[in-house]
Design a protein around this ligand. Sequence first.
Ligand code: PGA
Length: 235
Amino acid sequence: MAKLIAGNWKMYKTPSEAKTWFQDLVKELPSTANAALMVPFTALPYAAEILEGYAAWGAQDVSVHVEGAYTGEISAKMLADLGCSYCLVGHSERRTYHGESDSLVAQKALRLQEVGITPIVCVGEPLEVREAGKQVKYTLEQLAKSTQGLDRFVVAYEPVWAIGTGKTASSEDANAMHQALKETLPGGTAVLYGGSVNPGNASSLFAESYIDGGLVGGASLKIADYLQLLAAAVG
Ligand code: PGA
């Protein structure tokens, strides 16, 4: 099985743009690909209609509440009804811009687990922590707190300084971090690498034994780039 390439579209593409993109993707998607797309909530109905049998899909956030008077929120049950297999939690942009704490992230992941959606729990150190050489300790602590009470989940290790910056950890550094994370995780837990993954660096990252795939922002927005990443993950 190829390594998983999860796209993170962030706040890009209208529903109509997403619909056309999905239709174009499935025409070209090789059967060997292991693809998942984390898209805006508004694109999910089209994902469910078009990607079934080709790729998995999911959301980028979920409410911590089960249901109720929470204006503007989207529940895990709503995502399950739209056929989501995965959902991101704790992306660094949500931690930074929306003040999400590790315990909130863990609670959100539990809501997903309760409805059978696999949470993709995002962790990773900021630049000052990396420069101080404390990235392993920092990330392990963040991961332990962000997955409290969870049984089944995927981890995305995304060094904050590498997200959207064009800088990536070297394959060797990323692999060493993944090894450290995997040694503390239940056996079989996948750890994806994220942060400026692109067609130029994908092959060397995905060749590493502890890197189980990628979480990809910018390079998941163009079909040609995304297809190259999927091909690099077949090995
Ligand atoms: P990037 O984003 O690939 O554009 O760096 C990754 C992410 O934020 O998940």
